[in-house]
Design a protein around this ligand. Structure first.
Ligand code: SF4
Length: 349
């Protein structure tokens, strides 16, 4: 996928050093982690947040205040990338301003950890990205990347795929799962591209979502990465992480998109999506988040939901073969010092 070698290992090392800051010793010298604190039952409102998380219960009782973020103030140039103007409504006791600051700080930290975050689907043009994104439903990007070279070698253009024999396409797409439905979608969207858009992928949201098998998530991936138009990609990782970080308690993807969009300037949306998704795939997993090896642990209200022991947590990390998140060739020194062993390549997330 053309990832670059590590030019920013120092940055990662810096971030990795921050995590131990959350580990303190009591007077007996015993290590005391936030996880240990979490084991002591306490009223939800009085639950101590990890260091760095500012909670202001008094402010929390006030009605949510609209924060003038760039996203909220600027009138969207195009309806295609519009996120509705929305007041920031922290689901926790945090003030709106504190939530915006914490959210942006998390994004800055993630930008240091994943300086080369990018869409992990291989593509050379908007058509390939559109098809690859449709194929990525219910499977891994790795699997799609193994499949699409054969597909695009056989059917390089929308015209070719529109005229394809479905049974031949099904055979090519079989490894991606749901291959019959996906075959119908990619042939159908290719026909629609030919018939309605002159064989070109449209660069507007309302046109993209008219294509078979293309929803807002797919459309924003294409807009953000093939057309450079800001968009928030609310996939399963994004949904899980923003709820763990208490950026929103919405469950509907469109509402999540609007709520998170209000926390960030529009220009940050595409990179933010990559950072969050990369973090969800590599560290903050659905079942076993590696809290003890997480560079944003001090900012995370959900710290302790996963493994907090640093050594055990490091074994849960998933990263590219031979490297660490975003940096293929140089695992962070902290990981090497701990005797870390290579994790399997990405693809199982
Ligand atoms: S790994 Fe743990 S500390 Fe890090 S973001 Fe996920 S839940 Fe929070």
């Amino acid at each position: 996928m053309g990832e670059q070698s590590s030019g920013g290992s120092n940055k990662t090392g810096k971030s990795a050093k921050k995590t131990p800051a959350a580990v303190k010793k009591d007077s007996t010298g015993t290590k005391k982690t936030p996880a240990a604190a979490k084991k002591t039952p306490a009223p939800a409102a009085a639950k101590k947040a990890p260091a760095g998380v500012t909670k202001t219960p008094a402010v929390a009782k006030k009605p949510p205040v609209a924060v003038k973020t760039d996203a909220a103030v600027k009138k969207p140039a195009k309806k295609a990338a519009t996120v509705r103007k929305i007041a920031v409504r922290p689901p926790s006791g945090e003030s709106s301003t504190a939530l915006v600051r914490r959210a942006r700080r998390i994004n800055r930290e993630l930008a240091e950890v994943y300086p080369y975050a990018h869409p992990e689907l291989d593509f050379e043009n908007p058509f390939q990205l559109l098809v690859a994104t449709v194929l990525s439903a219910q499977t891994t990007d790795l699997r799609v990347n193994q499949t699409t070279p054969g597909l695009f070698a056989r059917y390089p253009t929308p015209e070719d795929l529109a005229a394809a024999n479905p049974e031949e396409v099904e055979e090519i797409l079989r490894p991606c799962g749901f291959f019959r439905a996906k075959t119908r979608s990619v042939i159908g969207l290719s026909k629609a591209l030919v018939e309605n858009f002159g064989g070109e992928v449209p660069g507007r949201l309302e046109e993209l979502v008219t294509l078979p098998g293309v929803g807002r998530k797919t459309a924003f991936v294409v807009l953000g990465n093939a057309f450079g138009r800001p968009g928030i990609t609310v996939d399963t990782h994004f949904q899980r992480l923003v709820r763990r970080w208490q950026w929103t308690d919405e469950t509907d993807p469109d509402k999540i998109e609007a709520a998170v969009g209000a926390l960030f300037p529009k220009s940050d949306w595409t990179d933010l999506s990559h950072h969050v998704i990369w973090h969800g795939r590599r560290i903050c997993h659905a079942r076993k988040p590696a809290c003890g090896a997480c560079p944003i642990a001090p900012l995370c209200p959900a710290y302790g939901e996963g493994e907090t022991d640093p050594e055990k947590a490091k074994k849960l990390l998933k990263y590219e073969k031979g490297g660490f998140p975003g940096q293929r060739l140089k695992p962070p020194q902290a990981y090497l010092d701990a005797g870390g062993t290579p994790a399997p390549p990405l693809g199982a997330a």
